[in-house]
Design a protein around this ligand. Structure first.
Ligand code: HEM
Length: 462
């Protein structure tokens, strides 16, 4: 379909921005405020020029549903994903069309509900190991960096569940290099290719980090190839895949792209969701008390497992509400392959569509008193009263998050396992703000004090 020329007035209203650059300088300086202000000022559908691109910011749930679910074949990921593709390669997150579909079908069984039941044990086990380490810290009154703790925990879980291994000393490499990679990709999202290719100190640091991370990933692949052992995990599924026409398996480079994608997409988002959850709980003691009460009632002193999940409904609501206010995947975008109609406006081919959960989740028409933390927004009655796609922390449609159930199971189990024994309080006086890189991080960090909940724990540990 070719685009037909349209008068400028046919577009929805939007900020004029600078000549040629449009709102690009604003987006580079503060993307969240730029999108939030645009929606507050112009409404649910906003026209924007972003450097060489034009696009619509769509906050209307029906418009989002149209793009993500009803007409997804008309869209590819936007050029903003090029930075990810350049560095993380063509894994499930960044590939398109038949190659994407093949990869999605290949990976899907690794996320089957039956596998989640087994993976729940790993999730609880890893959390117990972390909490055991906290015993010493608590008695010495030391503080922890909550984001690093949660990052190390979710990383251990993803590596064990998806690749049946333990990174050992290399865990430190992933924990150290990923923040560097995330920051540089986030900083250069809106930059030219030239800026990312120059041998600047920041780029050199980034390339070094990527090389170190790659070495870890190639080692995981090489070890499994050598061991020739079959595991019921994602890595085995990828290794045994054969091209339908040629019968060949994946190259090491293809495997690296898939493994890096899963490793990164599968741990950092969840760790940020958990960090934001504790940030919010620390400011809402009554909510925290209700959560602890639910964990005591449902689990008590028993070993936590998948069977408890359905009854930990308030804990789940707390996490869902935290994902509303601070969605780790705070924004994503698409490029139209052909003309389309979105919310009554003609969207020409080549235009971008921005869907920003951080903004949609704070639209007052969808979420009354949007800045208030209120987990009861997620009771089944309230959820069914809202339009679909008014809540999209995991995206939606065929390209929605493959790890959605995995992440929710993991987050509920981790919060419940910690609540069984520990209280997390934030060190007072910290000024924490959301920093939108690829993901939404609490900056500069979240320092916390952990303390045992029960005196009997104190005695048994002492
Ligand atoms: C709280 C945690 C998580 C959040 C907020 C989250 C969010 C998202 C979002 C918004 C997308 C869609 C991006 C787009 O449309 O451009 C996505 C895709 C994806 N996520 Fe997640 N995710 C989380 C956890 C996970 C986990 C645990 C895994 C893996 C174990 C994972 C793997 C992926 C992959 C591979 C894709 C690409 C899927 C495709 O295109 O077919 N995510 N995620």
């Amino acid at each position: 379909m070719s685009s037909r020329p349209l008068p400028a007035s046919a577009f929805p209203p939007g900020p004029r921005g600078y000549p040629i650059l449009g709102v690009l300088p604003h987006l580079r300086a503060d993307p969240i405020s730029t999108f939030l202000d645009a929606a507050n000022r112009y409404g649910d559908i906003v026209h924007m020029r972003v450097g060489p691109y034009r696009g619509f910011l769509v906050c209307d749930p029906a418009g989002i549903k149209h793009v993500l679910q009803d007409n997804p074949r008309n869209y590819h990921k936007s050029p903003l994903y090029d930075r990810l593709r350049d560095n993380l390669g063509n894994g499930l997150l960044t590939s398109e069309d038949t190659s994407w579909l093949r990869q999605r079908r290949l990976a899907q069984p690794a996320f089957h509900r039956q596998r989640l039941v087994d993976m729940a044990d790993v999730m609880v086990g890893c959390t117990e190991l972390m909490v055991a380490r906290w015993d010493g810290l608590a008695s010495r009154g030391e503080t922890i960096d909550l984001v690093s703790e949660m990052m190390a925990l979710t990383q251990a879980i993803i590596v064990r569940t998806m690749f049946s291994t333990d990174l050992g000393a290399a865990a430190e490499i992933v924990n150290r290099t990923w923040p560097i990679i995330n920051r540089r990709i986030g900083e250069t999202f809106w930059s030219t290719k030239l800026e990312t290719a120059l041998p600047l100190a920041a780029n050199r640091r980034f390339w070094r980090a990527l090389r170190e991370l790659d070495a870890v990933v190639y080692r995981i692949i090489a070890e499994r190839r050598q061991a020739r052992r079959e595991q019921a995990d994602l890595l085995s599924m990828l290794l045994s895949a054969r091209d339908e026409e040629t019968g060949t398996g994946m190259t090491d480079r293809q495997l690296r792209d898939e493994v890096v994608t899963m490793l990164l997409a599968g741990h950092e988002t969840t760790s940020l969701a958990l960090s934001w959850t504790y940030y919010l709980l620390s400011q809402h003691p009554l909510v925290e008390a209700r959560l602890v009460d639910e964990v005591d009632r449902v689990v008590g002193d028993m070993r936590l497992g998948f069977a408890h999940i359905d009854r930990l409904s308030f804990t789940r609501c707390v996490i869902e509400e935290s994902l509303r206010l601070y969605p780790p995947a705070w924004g994503f975008s698409r490029r139209a392959l052909g003309d389309d109609d979105v919310c009554g406006y003609h969207l020409p081919r080549g235009f971008l569509v921005f869907m920003i959960p951080f903004v949609v989740h704070r639209r007052p028409a969808l979420w009354p008193d949007p800045d208030r933390f209120d987990p009861d927004r997620f009771t089944p009655e309230q959820v069914s009263a809202r339009p679909r796609f008014s809540y999209l922390p995991f995206g939606g449609g065929p390209r929605g998050c493959i790890g959605n159930q995995f992440a929710m199971t993991e987050a509920v189990l981790i919060v419940a396992a910690i609540a069984q024994r520990y209280r997390i309080e934030l060190v007072p006086g910290q000024e924490i703000r959301p920093e939108p890189l690829i993901t939404l991080r609490p900056a500069p960090s979240v320092r916390a004090i952990v303390s045992r909940r029960h005196a009997r724990d104190e005695r048994s540990a002492g």
